[in-house]
Design a protein around this ligand. Structure first.
Ligand SMILES: C[S@@+](CC[C@H](N)C(=O)[O-])C[C@H]1O[C@@H](n2cnc3c(N)ncnc32)[C@H](O)[C@@H]1O
Length: 292
């Protein structure tokens, strides 16, 4: 069978195993995202637009470019392009319900009203749907328990600048809000008008509770102001190999207050790694209480 000119161009432009491995190693070194050895076409399709916009005509030259220039920003762009930012409002909502109905009441010690400030961290927040859903959940708890005087805040971070920009705007399609209770729409979102018809903006009362920051979960020291009572790190562990999962889980352990909780997604698992948490089921893991 004779190959067409187009086939020949495609073959010549195919990502070689060597270049693929080089790109995977950069991605891994920077983010610990483990692409494995079967994502060649995924990687080339995600990066082709970027390569073309730089007027670089082959993968070899793109890899050379990454090797030769002061490429911190190019590597950040690369991570942005390959990171899977899939998320949604009230994703795995059973977990948020449990936070509202069981975890927060335990933490704030409802009978004695002792906790002065409840601190939460959405540690791979993507485009904001998770931390805003969490903030709405916490706000609902305190709306229903107005006798409590606890202050609260949500920290939200991700490695992806592109995702954080969307989170910062806090404007989402109304059809994607997926609210467990329709009353939440009026309470926490403003509907857009004219060119924003069909869009909703998170109201200031919630937006101001959520502080966004770019953090790589594997950076040596987290630039965080304090330890947390609840950390959500959902649907993210799955992208890392076992060694990295172990490292990350121990870093998150250290970032929790004694007695605090780590929440992972339903598709994440800590079963195959060593860790110090006590599993309490449903993706919830508790750090040991401080010894008195
Ligand atoms: C699939 S999303 C999960 C979002 C949200 N937690 C949820 O469950 O809907 C995974 C997120 O992890 C982020 N991520 C991947 N590697 C990271 C790293 N090394 N540091 C921080 N965030 C990372 C990605 O940018 C992406 O936004």
């Amino acid at each position: 069978m004779t190959s067409t000119f187009q086939d020949k161009v495609l073959q010549e432009d195919a990502l070689s195993t060597e270049d693929y491995q080089f790109l995977c190693s950069i991605v891994y070194k920077q983010s610990r995202i483990n692409l494995g050895d079967k994502k060649k076409s995924f990687l080339s399709s995600r990066l082709l637009g970027r390569r073309n916009s730089l007027h670089i005509d082959s993968w070899k030259s793109y890899c050379q470019f990454l090797k030769s220039t002061a490429v911190e920003t190019e590597i950040d762009i690369l991570i942005d392009l390959i990171a899977t930012n899939h998320t949604s409002f009230f994703r795995e909502n059973q977990q948020l319900k449990r936070v509202e109905e069981e975890i927060i009441p335990t933490l704030v010690d409802i009978d004695r009203n002792r906790l002065k400030e409840l601190k939460l961290w959405s540690a791979a927040c993507s485009s904001g749907e998770e931390p805003y859903s969490l903030a709405i959940t916490v706000s609902e708890f305190f709306r229903k328990n107005q006798n409590l005087k606890t202050n609260w805040s949500v920290y939200a971070s991700d490695i992806s600048q592109k995702a954080l920009k969307i989170a910062e705007k806090a404007i989402y399609n109304e059809t994607k809000l997926n609210l467990p209770d329709p009353e939440l729409l009026e309470r926490y979102f403003s509907r857009g008008l004219k060119s924003y018809t069909g869009k909703c903006r998170i109201k200031k009362s919630i937006k101001d509770k959520v502080r966004l920051k770019r953090i790589n979960l594997f950076q040596p020291i987290y630039p965080l102001p304090h330890k947390y009572h609840i950390i959500l790190c959902r649907n993210t562990l799955i992208y890392f190999d076992r060694k990295s999962q172990e490292l990350l889980v121990s870093k998150l352990y250290n970032q929790l207050d004694p007695g605090g909780y780590l929440v992972v997604g339903y598709s994440d698992s800590l079963a195959l790694i060593k860790h110090q948490f006590k599993s309490i089921g449903g993706g919830f893991f508790q750090k040991a209480e401080a010894e008195s």
